[in-house]
Design a binder for this molecule. Structure first.
Ligand code: ATP
Ligand code: MG
Length: 445
């Protein structure tokens, strides 16, 4: 597609990406903007980042840019650093003809462990995932090259994998997650052959390193499309390999509290992103793992006879350990997530003087937000508890003291009644010698 056949202008491309493209071009190499950057510009969306591809080898790129470093083993490429902006420069990928382990390697299920065979632009295009991602903007003549009908698919909003779908998913199962993500992000339909093998191959995601999965999950749930991605991941049975503990809860009770809570979490995350508010994996994981945590705590209590409190503690460790087998969650998120969990228990025990202290806890807001979501998911006593805290949070200190006073009066009279009842039960039948002192009636307790 020649320069006058499309409306991408250099003004829409970041200055740093242009610098990289021009320097490669002047040094005699081919240089293209590729993938998501071109795709998003053609769709009128602002690209997240700009990727460059060239026939220069990583070592050549390194020589050309002092501000560069080579990264990646599985897929070796150069990062050119401009302050906070990083332009990724890859060398054209080629076909895997030789069986040299050092440059290309697959495992038993067909997964590519290494992909460092270099080739031509045509070969490179065939190694990309979707046709709409195989778009190349040339800095030489400002034309766009499209392979496998990428431009037509883009116009028709069709997401189509290049080559044989099953082979391509086996090479890299993460492409199944990318299919879902691009479908929702770009408002595209997954073409039927591209969609067909997903359910059957979904379990292959279990072999993906947990660290890579962490990045993918961020892109799925923290980019404003959590509601749609959640729905679609479940539809394609891709949710289970990511979050096996959560899926077990959803399967057990498809319309129960766990499902309601997840729906709320996804909606809230999207709403916050729409309002430019911060979202954090801490809250996200604390919330979606809340019911798996309850289930695990109950099991532990039954199996080991631990007190509910100790079982809850043990379950916190178990649940994160299990989740981290599929998705690695950095400690800077999992540690405060435990605070959010523990505070759920403290909410129940702190409708007294300690309430002020709880309010000052650095994780109070997040914990309170989870309590509100649980109230929606569970109703009943949790809703009552949330209501009390809502009153407490939304008022000033004087009114808060009043609230505690009222609570204390209520519980004192209630407590008194209970204690009297207990004493009545505990007290042995009075002997007639009158020697036995009455037990404390509570006044001195
Ligand atoms: P976005 O940045 O919006 O997530 P993107 O398409 O730019 O979308 P990147 O992960 O930045 O996605 O990758 C850049 C390009 O590299 C893609 O457009 C695609 O051509 C290629 N690519 C990325 N991941 C894969 C993969 N797993 N298999 C094949 N090609 C890939
Ligand atoms: Mg990108």
């Amino acid at each position: 597609m020649p320069r006058d056949g499309h409306d991408i202008s250099r003004r829409q491309i970041s200055d740093n990406a242009l610098k990289v493209l021009y320097r490669l071009h002047k040094a005699g190499y081919q240089a293209y903007l590729v993938g998501g950057g071109v795709r998003d510009l053609l769709l009128g969306q602002q690209p997240k980042d700009f990727d460059v591809v060239t026939d220069a080898k990583p070592e050549d790129i390194k020589k050309l840019f002092r501000n560069s470093r080579l990264v990646g083993r599985r897929f070796r490429l150069a990062h050119i650093m401009f302050g906070r902006e990083i332009i990724e420069v890859a060398t054209f990928r080629g076909h895997h003809t030789e069986s040299d382990d050092k440059i290309s390697k697959t495992n038993a299920s067909g997964r590519l462990l290494r992909d460092n065979v270099y080739g031509s632009i045509d070969e490179d295009a065939q190694r990309r995932d979707f046709t709409v991602n195989a778009l190349y903007y040339s800095i030489g003549d400002y034309s766009i090259r499209s392979y496998g009908g990428g431009i037509q698919d883009l116009r028709a909003r069709t997401l189509r994998l290049i080559g044989d779908p099953e082979t391509r998913y086996r090479e890299d199962p993460v492409r199944m997650l990318r299919a879902v993500r691009f479908a929702t992000k770009l408002g595209m339909e997954i073409e039927s052959h591209t969609a067909a093998p997903i359910k059957q191959l979904a379990p292959l995601l279990k072999d993906i390193p947990a660290a890579r999965m962490y990045e993918e999950v961020l892109k799925l749930f923290f980019a404003g499309k959590a509601v749609q991605n959640f729905r679609m991941l479940r539809e394609y049975q891709l949710f289970a390999p990511l979050f096996p503990l959560v899926e077990a809860q959803l399967k057990e009770d498809p319309h129960g509290p766990a499902m309601r809570l997840l729906a709320e979490v996804m909606q809230n995350t999207d709403a916050r992103i729409a309002e430019d508010k911060a979202v954090t994996p801490t809250f996200f994981y604390a919330a979606i793992l809340w019911y798996p945590l309850q289930a695990r705590a109950q099991d532990i209590a039954l199996e080991s006879g631990l007190s509910p409190y100790d079982a809850f503690f043990a379950a916190m460790g178990d649940v994160f350990e299990q989740q981290c087998q599929t998705i690695s969650i950095p400690r800077r998120f999992s540690v405060p997530a435990r605070d959010i969990w523990q505070m759920q228990q403290r909410f129940e025990r702190s409708k007294n003087g300690r309430a002020f202290k709880l309010l000052e806890h650095p994780k109070f807001r997040a914990a309170y937000d989870l309590l509100l979501l649980r109230a929606i998911a569970e109703g009943g006593n949790t809703a009552k508890l949330a209501e009390w805290w809502q009153q407490f949070v939304e008022t000033d200190d004087d009114a808060r003291k009043q609230l505690l006073q009222n609570g204390a009066n209520n519980s004192r009279s209630g407590g008194q009644r209970n204690r009297n009842a207990q004493q009545r039960r505990r007290r042995p039948p009075r002997r007639n010698n009158g020697e036995r002192k009455p037990q404390s009636n509570g006044a001195g307790e």
